[in-house]
Design a protein around this ligand. Structure first.
Ligand code: FCB
Length: 416
């Protein structure tokens, strides 16, 4: 099997067409339309207009020599009310996109939930409602029924930790609720497991995984080792161990019994590491995150490439499953001569391949992101793309990093 080199995006961040062709409202539509929630009042109403420009975007992927493309589906484009009536025009859009990718020789990797929950379900409590297990399952089966004949790889959730912590605890992502991490995380875990089990039960031939946000914990000093272990359990294992071992990591909170489910692969999203100090004054976890010495990208994240090999090695030893790096990249506002992005990607890819050489079953690498796009609460201020987007004209320009990615790993090259 060939190692896959790809790039990733997500529906709300690139599609636009927020209320076209029967699409329902999502929590990110509602959130970004609420004054004060997103930097500069930016919204995903138009974003990269990918809904209309997808053919041009597939041509760009070809130009970059991508072997695979990871993208997500907008749940309310397919089920405007979240459950019940299916919007065929929404499904048709994704079906055409998949056909276009296959024609171009690009393998589709589909994420079902990359945070744009139907607002209608949020009105019912969203991830706080135990019925999410049924709703997510229904949606997953509708999609697999239509696309499962051509898409071989699905990810059910993108970064459950991030949407639970930022959306339901810190309130800086949609739906903007606070203080609910522990109970919501359990509903997410149960819904996740039930949807995974149903999907595999009905479509055993599909490869089904999820993408998780990972950041290895480095103790600031030997006295901080326990704090670093807590942070690791909370940040890296809280949504994984319940599925794969049927139990929560020990020592954090009293939790109900979770539901186990198999994963065919683990998607690894990694951008940075965390340096952890013990902090008894922090009532939530007793930890404090400390700034490191590495250089910072525009979004303020420290660059520490070794974090990637460390994480892949831990996952490989702990869970022994196939791995894909499903997101890795950096925010830099260097329109086309983005030398520092090349440095970032090159150093991280080397670390990923190092872990692979040492035995991790790593099968592919997806750069975040194909295009500059809507970076959630940061709006359009952070640019992660291999391709620059001028939002006023929607003109796409391949950056130096995009040319470098092509010349190093493009389909004509494929070094591993
Ligand atoms: C991840 C998200 C992705 C993107 C990158 C920068 O947490 O999955 O959508 O915003 O960060």
């Amino acid at each position: 099997m060939r190692f896959l080199w790809g790039a990733a995006t997500a529906s709300y961040q690139i599609e636009g067409a927020w209320n076209e062709d029967g699409k329902g409202e999502s929590i990110w539509d509602r959130f970004s339309h609420t004054p004060g929630r997103v930097h500069n009042g930016d919204t995903g109403d138009v974003a990269c207009d990918h809904y209309h420009r997808w053919r041009e975007d597939i041509a760009l992927m070809k130009e970059l020599g991508l072997g695979a493309y990871r993208f997500s589906l907008s749940w309310p484009r397919i089920l405007p009310q979240g459950t019940g009536a299916v919007n065929q025009r929404g499904l048709d859009f994704y079906s055409r996109l998949v056909d276009g990718l296959l024609e171009a020789g690009i393998k589709p990797f589909v994420t079902l939930y990359h945070w744009d929950l139907p607002q209608a379900l949020e009105e019912e409590g969203g991830w706080q409602n135990p019925s999410m297990a049924d709703w997510l399952t229904e949606y997953a089966l509708v999609v697999a029924e239509r696309l499962g004949d051509r898409v071989g790889h699905f990810m059910v959730l993108n970064e459950p930790w991030v949407f639970t912590f930022l959306g339901y605890h810190e309130g800086i992502h949609a739906p903007g609720k606070q203080g609910l991490f522990v109970p919501v995380s359990h509903q997410v875990n149960v819904a996740h497991a039930r949807a995974l089990n149903a999907l595999k039960g009905q479509h055993p031939n599909l490869e089904v995984g999820s993408a998780f946000s990972f950041a290895p914990s480095y103790p600031l000093s030997p006295q901080d080792e326990e704090a670093a272990a807590r942070q690791h359990a909370f940040n890296n294992d809280w949504f994984l161990r319940p599925l794969l071992r049927g139990s929560y990591p020990e020592g954090l909170w009293e939790m109900p019994e979770p539901v186990a489910a198999p994963l065919d692969f683990i998607g690894v999203n990694l951008y940075f590491r965390q340096i952890v100090q013990d902090d008894p004054s922090d009532e939530f976890l007793g930890v404090k995150l400390v700034e490191g010495p590495g250089w910072k990208t525009d979004i303020g994240w420290e660059v520490w490439p070794e974090a990637l090999s460390r994480m892949l090695t831990w996952l490989s030893e702990e869970y022994r499953l196939p791995l894909y790096v499903t997101e890795n990249g950096c925010a830099l506002d260097e329109p086309t001569a983005d030398q520092r992005r090349i440095e970032y990607l090159d150093s991280h890819i080397r670390e990923a391949l190092k872990a692979r050489d040492a035995g991790a079953d790593l099968r592919g690498y997806f750069c975040w992101s194909l295009l500059d796009n809507f970076e959630w609460a940061w709006g359009y201020r952070q640019r992660f793309g291999l391709v620059h987007v001028d939002y006023a004209s929607q003109k796409r320009t391949v950056k130096a990093s995009g040319r470098w990615y092509h010349d190093s790993f493009g389909r004509a090259i494929m070094p591993v």
